[in-house]
Design a protein around this ligand. Structure first.
Ligand code: SAM
Length: 226
């Protein structure tokens, strides 16, 4: 974990740190998140800096919140759960589809060597890039485009995370996963309701595990929703 300096107005940042501790406590006691590395970075990354100014006071609520362009910053639980399921090691190169606010990107970048993140909406990609730079994340590369195609020049990846719901598993992402690598994504034929699926690439094939119901905004692209 790299040390980051998150400078803010001191009294306000102390209040947010208390709310952050409560969030982490809830992740452990209510949602049974156990990976200490994940819990530690969730304690460190200032979620209030990733939500719109008017919603800062709600940053640590147990739900998703709206961001620009009709999109959402995911619920803290789902961020923690997906990160835990990826079992990220410090030397990992991670591909993220759906940068959104950049909050999940920051969590991943605190655990992995590098994160390559693709966002479809130009405004979100630009804002997330600025935000992550200003927070000192130098191991993140963001681009605007259709993430269902993956990012061939940086492939293969140790881990892939898709943070929008797809009717099917995008084929290019499967082929850009390393042998032994894991991918986590929401899959379902309803636009707002999916199953959280983890895929592991073995020497010869892929294995699939279902981690229950979830609800994400749609993954729009060539290998997602049209
Ligand atoms: N993890 C993000 C965060 O912490 O703020 C939230 C991501 S939001 C639930 C899903 C994002 O996926 C949206 O920003 C949306 O624009 C993006 N998206 C949808 N389809 C995409 C695609 N084909 N390629 C890249 N991004 C896509």
């Amino acid at each position: 974990m790299k040390e980051k300096i998150f400078s803010q107005d001191k009294p306000q940042s102390e209040e947010f740190a208390i709310l952050r501790s409560k969030m982490v406590e809830h992740l452990m006691s209510h949602y049974h998140i156990q990976d200490e590395r994940v819990l530690r970075v969730m304690q460190q990354v200032p979620r209030e800096l990733f939500v719109p100014e008017a919603l800062k006071s709600q940053a640590y609520k147990d739900n998703a919140l709206p961001i620009a362009a009709g999109q959402t910053i995911s619920q803290p639980y789902i961020v923690a759960k997906m990160t835990e399921l990826l079992q990220i090691e410090p030397n990992y190169r991670v591909l993220e589809i759906g940068t959104g606010s950049g909050y999940q990107t920051a969590i991943l970048a605190s655990l992995a060597r590098s994160v390559y993140s693709i966002e479809r909406v130009p405004q979100l990609a630009e804002e997330a890039e600025k935000r992550l730079r200003s927070l000192g994340f130098l191991n993140v590369v963001i681009r605007c485009g259709d993430g269902t195609l993956g990012w061939e020049i940086y492939a293969p990846f140790d881990a892939i995370i898709v943070t929008a719901g797809s009717p099917k598993i995008p084929e290019p992402l499967l082929s850009q996963l390393k042998i032994g690598g894991k991918m986590i994504l929401p899959v379902g034929f309803e636009k707002q309701a999916q199953r959280l699926i983890r895929i592991t690439r073995t020497q010869v094939d892929f294995t699939y595990e279902d981690f229950g119901a979830c609800a994400f905004v749609p993954l729009i692209g060539e290998h997602g929703w049209k």
